[in-house]
Structures are given as structure tokens and as C-alpha cells.
Design a protein around this ligand. Sequence first.
Ligand code: OX2
Length: 791
Amino acid sequence: MTPTASLRESILQHLRYSFGKDPEHAILEDWRMALSYAVRDRITDAWIAATGKTYDSGAKRVYYLSMEFLIGRLLEDGIVNLELVEEAKAVLEEFGKDYGTVLSDEPDAALGNGGLGRLAACFLESLSTIGCPAHGYGIRYEHGLFRQSFVDGRQVEQPELWLEQRHAWEFERPEVRYRIGFGGHVDKRGETVRWYPGEVVEAEAFDTPVVGWKGRWANTLRLWSGRAIHPFDLDRFNHGDFAGAAQPEALARTISRVLYPDDTTEQGKELRLKQEYFLTAAALRDILRRFNNQFGDLRKLPSKVAIQLNDTHPAIAGPELIRVLHDERGLSFEESMEIARGCLSYTNHTLLPEALETWDEALFGRLLPRHIELIDQIDSTHAKQNPSRLNSMRADHQVKMGQLSFVMAHHVNGVSALHTELMKTTVFEELHGLHPDRIVNETNGVTPRRWLLGCNPRLAGLITESIGEDWVDDLEQLTKLEPFIEDTAWLDRYAQVKRDNKSELSNWMAQAHGLHVDPEMLFDVQIKRLHEYKRQHLNILETIAHWAEIRDNPNADWTPRLKLFGGKAAPGYFFAKDIIRLINDAAAVINADPVTAPYLKIAFLPNYNVSLAERMIPAADLSEQISTAGKEASGTGNMKFALNGAPTVGTLDGANVEIREHVGAENFFLFGMTAEEVMERRKIEGHAWKAVQADPRLKRALDLIRDGRFSPGEPDRYHGITGNLEGADYFLVCSDFTDYWRAQREVDTAFKDTRAWAKMAALNTARSGWFSSDRTIRGYMHDIWGAESLL
Ligand code: OX2
């Protein structure tokens, strides 16, 4: 049987026996599911083999605990990693099905908000590519991140329904269920302490295999779903209370119903804390069961188990592990704490004060009465061991999860060089003083399988043709492209790839959104969550100022530019939602201006998600990474753009710093204040107003907004934004505007020299190999986990 016949056979078999269809009657979803099952069968073989190898080797295992896994679609990932692209295309073509259409039928699993969740997904793929035995543990949210649409330019949120369509990738494990308790009381008899929860739900496992490059290895993503222990109350039913009869099930399922419930209400907060404990307790139960089956002696736990806490969300793992070891298994508190610390490590992803997790002690104590006692005991034990310390995890009637995580972890890592250094001098200054070896840096990375090979087949093809295919799991080999870049014929091909990608995106935008743009324009892209620190408003201000300038002098030699935006604002973050609306309002006015139309267009694509990123990044000419220095811990989109040949216009923030070092300062459009200058600038009274007075372009842009040029029916619609910018301007939009403007005009000039631009883009690709998540994961394995590859 030829390989084509074998995938073909497999698809037809699944159509028939898994879905009860023949090719004549199969709908698109049947084809997608049959192809997925055919691919999944192959992944499953690799998966079972890897699991067997892990058991046999007795190796240390890595457990990645995360409230978010932004995995996106999985079919293409599987096809790409198993090198089945050509075969799958051929089979589908034979049946008159378009490969891209079949892939796009898969719902985009948005079980995360942004960078933190996407990083977790890249890490899982790299762990499998490297062959490091690992599990991801998360929550199987019924509703992922909301779907975004625009009504009159405003963001509207709808529930996300990824599980409404058939989902090919998970295996339900009804035999893997744990009871997770909340509330109740703590009983103390002499030395014996027992927690008797008042409410108990069950966590049920759903497993998704994650396959690595060439199918050499596959690990497990295990997601927990909430269910009631007694799903149906027959007694209530028999008494005619039909709704009440189903209530236990409805309540228990609430726990895994939605990603990040609104936490502005007390109920919302409580649910979030419940989710955190639910994930963590179920994962630890599972880890200990597996360890027990294989090794038994709990003192060996740190040599066999490495648990990574993705931010503080699973920080309850520290006290929970101590509770199990001490209360349930009878080890002393001190020894339990040592064992727990030997297993745990913690990644910090942000220094923003509002994102550092704290819990009100009353709520915490009500939900987790034993854990709050243990946290106090951890705190006082740590205080005894380190008498000079000032930094308590239990001040102001709060529980501080950052401090708890730091104290309970053997290593704490930041996600870029700058961020790690700032951690040492800001949030964790005191704890770092006490434990100077605990903080390490692991600069983020992205998986090249999804973010180059999968999403940019034209560029991947050119690279493989030039240097062979070894770059796919050894990304630093991309430096071998450098000599080719000197060859103008090769460089023209590189430039042609970008043009083709831009045409493809343009066609898609026309067909999907009725947006018509000229693919010859400079595609300037800012895609990420909406946040003041990310400064989408700096971008739109510059766009407006530029528009005014073109109108002053329409016959000058302007570089045509398309400003592309994508990103969601948190439903309760009204300022960020206003920024979205401003961009959409400005787009409506500016796109309709016949004078500037050849030179400037704006588009905000709705419902930004992983799949949309995969479309946009390969087509980008310019990557906007313009956060206020010191605020973006790392960024990972910045890496994807550089890898796909879009130079950055950016500040010295997060991983931008390292990207610039790698690609070369001459291939990066730097602007703005440094993190230190930012702190100094904030001390100057009236800094924003001074910046506005000093730059007439900025002043004009603000005036246009304030005077209602983009909201004629409601001139004061954006007074919140203009007032903020001219007043406090905490994120220093005005102070960085003038230098941003300068950098953008440098971009205009540079883009006119097509060859020089192509060279700059190609050098970005050639020198971004270090930003592979394979490199990051090797760093964690070596510096933090003490784990080894089994390949
Ligand atoms: C994000 C950070 O904002 C981003 O800079 C970083 O690249 C990403 O995590 C992965 O490390 N929630 N999301 C983040 O931090 C938090 C908290």
C-alpha cells in the first residue's frame, strides 16, 4: 500500500465506521472529523509508545500546571508534525475537498486569554518534540475566551462554543475522577488534623495527546471537567421539582463552565478561586497516584516529579501538597514543606501590580479553611528560617499568591532578561535578597512547527530548499541562510514569498470581511490583547497624525501603509474598549477619505485568535511592539513576527531587547524611553502636557479626537481618552509619541528601498532561531527541572 493509500484508507474507514457516512453523503464536518481521526490514530501510536517508554525508564516527569492552554486548532499541527501535508492534500483533492477549507472547519480552542496561555501550548509541543516526559494540567472550559464582534465600532462579546461542534482530539477518562472539596471545617485531635469539606465536586479527566516533530514522541494534556457526585436528585424529581433535580449537576459543572469569569463581583471571585483549587488539587491527586504506583517512597518525590506553576494561579499547590503529605500521609510539617519545595517551581509573567494575585482572607478561609492555616504556618516557618525578612504573604487581611509561590518554589523564573532583572529589584526585591539563587531567567520562545512550518509554508519551503529541513527542530540553523541573503536572486524569492502571503491575506480579508486593500502597501500589524500598557492608542494617535499630514500635502511621496489591528479587551475594561472603538471610528473616517486613500488604510479584524494570528503574521511587513518599557514581561508575538520576516518597530521592553540583540540594531526600528527613563519621566509634573506642547503633530491628533472628528454624532465620546492622555498618562503615550513618529518615518523611507527592506526582513528570519520554545524548554529542563529527554 502506498502511503497515500494508507491515509486514504484510514479516512474512508473512519467516514464509514466512526461516522456512518460514505463519501457521497459526507458533509464538510465529516471529512474534517475523518481526517482528524486518521491523524489521531497515528498520534495515538506514538503516544502509547512514549508513555510506555516513560514508565520503563523510571525517569523524572514534568508537570505543567496552567489555568490556560491556548492551543488553537490541532489538526494542522498533527498533520505538519507527522509530515502528512502533501498526502492529506492529495486525498482530499481526490474527493473534491479543499485542504484549507477542511482545516478551517475545526473550532479554534481558545482556552486562554493571550500570551500566557499560548506559551503553555508552545511549551507542550516543544516538550514532545524534545521527548521530555511531561503532562500539561488545565481546565476543560466549556466556553473558552469570548467571541468578539463589532457593532458600530464597539466590541460586543458572545459566548464561545468550541464544544458545540464535534471535537476530535480528546479521550474521556471516566475512570480518572477525583473528589475535590471546598469549605466545611477543620478538625484537630492532638497531632491529627483533618479537613472535612462542606461541598464536594468531582473532577473528571479528558486527555489530548500532543505530538512532537516527526511523531517521535507525544505527551498528554489532561484537562479537568467538573461534575456532580450525584448528578441527579431522584427524590426531588419524584416530588415534582424537575429543575431542582438537575441542580447538583448544573452547580458542579459551573466550575469548568467558563474561562476567567468576571471577577468584579464577589461570586465571580469565589468561582475563580474554586477553579484554581479544582485544577491544582485534581492534578496533585493524579501526580501522587502515578508516583505511588511506580515509586512509593514519598521522600523521593522531588527526584521524580517537577511541577511548574504557570503564574500564581496554581499557587495553592504548595499548601495542598503539604496538606496531603502532612495531614493525610503523616509526614512532619517541616519535611512536607521541604518535599513540596523540592517539586515546585514558579514562573512569573507580569510585574503589573493589578495582576499580582491576592485574595481576601475571609473568602479564602471560607473556601479553603485548612489551606489558610497552612499558609500561616508556611509564612511563620519561613520567617523563623529568615528572621530578617519583612515580606509576609499574609498582610492586610490578604493572601499574597506571589510571595507564597516564591517561598514554596525551589526556582522562580522570569520570561525575558529584562523582566527577570526587574523582578529582582521590584516585586521580589526582599525575597531575592534572602534567596539570591532562586530567581533564574528563561526567555520565552515559540514553536517553529506552528509558527513557521505550519503557518508560512511558502517561507518554510524556501528555507528547506536552501538549507535542508534540520532547522525545524534546530532553529538556530536558520543562520545558514545568511550567505543566501547576499544573493539577489534568492532575496527576490524571499520578497516574493512575502508578497504572495500578503495577497493571500488580502484575498481573505476581502472575502471574509469585505475589506479591500492593495497588497503592495506596507502591512503594519499590531495584534495582541488590548491594554493601555501595550499602547494601541499610541499607534492610532500616530496614524491620525500621519493622516493629517498627508492631507496637508497629498502630492508628496508617501509610503502607502495598511494599519492592521487585532485583539480583544476584557469585558469590564472600559478604557480598552474605548480604544477599540476609537480605532474603528478613525478607520471609518480615514478609509473613506479619497485624498488619503492611496496612502493610508486602517483595519481592525474582529475576533483575533490563534488561527487569525496564523493568517496575519506571515503577511506582516512590520511588527508593532510598542509597550511602555518595563511593562511587557516578554511578549511572544514579537518573536513570531521576526521569525516570519517582519522587522519590529518597538521599545526596549520585554524580549524586544533580546530580539534586537539577535537580529542586529540596524534591522530593528527602536524608539522610546528605557524602563529607567520611564520611571524618571513619571516624576516630572505635567509630563504629558509638556510633551503635547512640544509636538504640534501630537497636539493636532489629540485635537481631532477631542473635537469629535471621528465621532461627529457624539463629539465628547473620546474625552475619557484625551483627558487621560493629556493628564496622568501613566503609560507615557505622549512622552513617547515624538520618537515613535520619527521611527515610523524611518520605516517609510526604508520600505521604499525594496531590496534593502527584503534583506532586513530576511535577516530577521535568519537570526531569530534562538527564539524557539525548544531552546526555552531545554533551559527549564536543565536549570529548573533536572529532567531529561528520552529520545
Ligand atoms: C503574559 C505577559 O503579559 C507577556 O509579556 C508574556 O509574553 C506572556 O505572559 C508569556 O510569558 N498574563 N499574561 C501574561 O502575563 C500574565 C499574568
